[in-house]
Design a protein around this ligand. Structure first.
Ligand code: ADP
Ligand code: MG
Length: 644
């Protein structure tokens, strides 16, 4: 196991570059853009080596020859010069000017943006007001004014185009820098005594670099077009040197009689700008990490269900019945089996604790129940979820939506992330009520107040108008619980609701949940990694490991006498106060990677009692005594499992 854990790290890098390329190529248009642009760039780079005619050699006897004339593949222009040769040399010039202009704009724009964003205050104000002044003019007019002041010429046109594009970069980069400048890693660098310049270069720059690359990839096209525009007006390249814009300008006079002289450079401009833009879009999409695992689509409203058969309804008429649930993440060619057959029941009014190490699949189980796992990449590949006897995974979406937040509600770990930061908490509760019931705003508000009092928020009548950031972590979680209670659900799924809180607040929240459950008869599926928490609240426990339930039974029985070696070791990890210097036993090794589960028992590699039999074949979840079940060939128990 240990060797297996160490090995993947160094290999990480290569798949990342590979993944970028794969994702990029999946976007057909971007790939086409890349191919076209490569061809154009190759042609222009190789221009001196190609057997081209002299682009400046005039021969007025041969003027305006049609394309495909002998010796002139694309014909000749008004001075009898070879258009093919001028096109390739012109393209070369246009590309160089466009690229240099965009590098210039990106460089100066980024320097201004990073400086303004990093120092803030007066520096920011001065720099941004200067940028605003540049932005106050329509930029093509500004470019014309700059060239008029500097005098016509390609270099001046380049400078003008770069200058008018600086604000675009400066604004974008400043925005990103402002959010970075107050991050903890920047504070840490300051504490370490780094100079401002060094922080900007080594801490901020690497983080804004992707934004710069993306901004450049989307602006190179414009800049080529803008330089061509200036040349077209006679302000850029001067005769006899021609870039694409001035070729177009020269051809314009004979547009009706000899259209090829302007169509050829026009087409080339079109091809370059299109391919640069397609390529830029592709790069932007492929660089966005959120798109990397989830293909190039938005998640759907419910998880994709792709299962062969629906299991028979179970005998146990529980409120929530999860049977052999298998949820996978299909990322590219890899399939991560997050859940490989989870079976559990929650009865009315009962609290079931779902416990396991981080990564064992607890959250995926909770989200799969209401089809909330993001698809793609999530797929429910097998099993069934029955709520009050009805199968919900296969039900129409309208049915599922009625259950969500109404009959079954969720409490999440971090209430700051789940509450909307820009709305008052009261309004958010009102919204949750009105999503399912047609009640007036004032009635809903009265109900919200009642709930905030029920979850024991002090001064509820004034707190109702607070924004989430004005509340403490514990109070926010109370609001989260109030929101889960709005529609009097039968079942609350709470995914580590106390993990982000300190111990005293955690104890208060747990006792609140316990009271609410008893008063209102609501069932709870309580997810945690902490046996201490389970012991306070839950009637029964299901222990999860590598996407499966490995042991289940009444809390007291399991705590007193764990049967699965994994459960025993998890319990041994809980520190107890007043126990003197009891040794804490961390579980050696790490949970297995879910895309590569070992055959047999998934815990065997970390188990000190594993036998050869544990490493082969399927290990069933067998009854163990009357109310318990365990997935182990050699369960440990003082009472020897009795009736099993
Ligand atoms: P926990 O028990 O800590 O709540 P989770 O249920 O969040 O664990 O995760 C279970 C497994 O599923 C983990 O191996 C995790 O890496 C994987 N997983 C969760 N979400 C995704 C996702 N969107 N894409 C790929 N893998 C995921
Ligand atoms: Mg989780």
């Amino acid at each position: 196991m240990t060797a297996g854990d160490v090995a993947p790290t160094p290999q990480r890098r290569r798949p990342a570059a590979g993944a970028f390329l794969k994702l990029f190529l999946r976007n057909r248009l971007a790939a086409a853009g890349a191919i076209l642009l490569t061809a154009v760039v190759l042609l222009s780079v190789l221009a001196p080596l190609l057997p081209l005619q002299d682009p400046y050699a005039q021969d007025t006897a041969q003027k305006f020859l049609r394309p495909f004339s002998p010796g002139h593949l694309l014909g000749t222009d008004h001075l009898g010069r070879d258009i093919l040769s001028r096109l390739i040399w012109g393209t070369r010039l246009s590309l160089v000017v466009g690229l240099v202009a965009s590098f210039g704009a990106a460089f100066f724009g980024s320097v201004i943006g990073i400086t303004a964003g990093y120092f803030g205050g007066r520096t920011d104000n001065w720099l941004m007001r200067a940028i605003d002044m540049l932005m106050a003019f329509p930029y093509i007019l500004l470019a014309l004014a700059i060239v008029a002041a500097l005098g016509p010429g390609l270099v001046n046109a380049l400078i003008a185009v770069a200058v008018v594009n600086i604000p675009f970069f400066a604004r974008n980069i400043r925005g990103v820098t402002v959010t970075l400048a107050h991050k903890e890693f920047v504070d840490a660098a300051r504490l370490a005594g780094m100079t401002d310049l060094r922080i900007m270069v080594s801490e901020i720059l690497p983080n804004v670099l992707p934004v710069i690359v993306i901004a450049m990839s989307t602006t190179v096209g414009w800049m080529i077009l803008e330089t061509a525009g200036l040349s077209f007006l006679g302000l850029g390249s001067q005769p006899p040197v021609a870039d694409l814009g001035s070729m177009l300008g020269e051809g314009r006079n004979a547009l009706i009689t000899d259209p090829h002289a302007s169509i050829v450079p026009g087409l080339m401009i079109f091809v370059i700008v299109m391919s640069v833009n397609l390529l830029g879009d592709g790069i932007r999409d492929a660089l966005d990490p959120r798109l990397r695992s989830g293909a190039l689509t938005r998640p759907m409203a419910r998880t994709i269900v792709d299962r062969n058969a629906v299991p028979q309804p179970p005998a146990d008429p529980a409120l929530l019945n999860v049977q052999e649930l298998r949820t996978e993440f299909r990322v590219g060619s890899r399939t991560l089996k997050a859940l490989s057959g989870v079976t559990l029941q929650v009865r009315p009014g009962e609290c079931l604790g779902l416990i396991g190490e981080s990564g064992s699949g607890k959250s995926v189980t909770a989200l799969s129940v209401m089809g909330l796992v993001a698809s793609p990449p999530g797929v429910i590949a097998g099993g069934a979820v029955r709520y009050a006897g009805t199968e919900v995974l296969g039900a129409p979406f309208s049915e599922l939506r009625k259950l969500r937040g109404d009959r079954i509600s969720y409490i999440f770990q971090d209430p700051l992330a789940t509450l909307h930061p820009l709305y008052r908490v009261g309004d958010q509760i009102v919204e949750a009520i009105q999503a399912h019931h047609a009640v007036s705003k004032s009635k809903a508000r009265a109900r919200a107040l009642e709930l905030l009092e029920a979850v024991r928020i002090p001064n509820a009548s004034s707190r109702i108008d607070n924004f989430p950031h004005e509340l403490s972590g514990g109070m926010r979680q109370r609001v989260g619980i109030a929101m889960a209670l709005v529609n009097e659900p039968d079942l609350i799924i709470a995914d580590e609701p106390t993990t982000a809180l300190d111990v005293t607040v955690q104890a208060q929240i747990l006792s609140l949940l316990d009271d609410l459950r008893r008063e209102r008869g609501v069932a709870i599926l309580f997810i945690t990694h902490d046996f201490g928490v389970v012991a306070q609240l839950c009637d029964r426990i299901a222990v999860m490991y590598a996407g499966r339930i490995v042991e289940t039974g009444p809390t007291a029985a399991i705590l007193a006498d764990p049967a699965h070696p994994y459960t025993r070791r998890l319990i041994a990890c809980v520190p107890e106060l007043g126990e003197g210097q009891r040794e804490l036993h961390a579980i050696p090794g790490l949970p297995p990677a879910v895309d590569d589960l070992p055959p047999g028992c998934a815990f065997a590699p970390r188990c000190d009692k594993a036998q050869p039999a544990c490493r082969t074949g399927e290990i069933p979840l067998d009854a163990f005594g009357s109310e318990r079940a365990v997935r182990c060939l050699f369960p440990e128990s003082d009472q020897a499992g009795g009736a099993a």
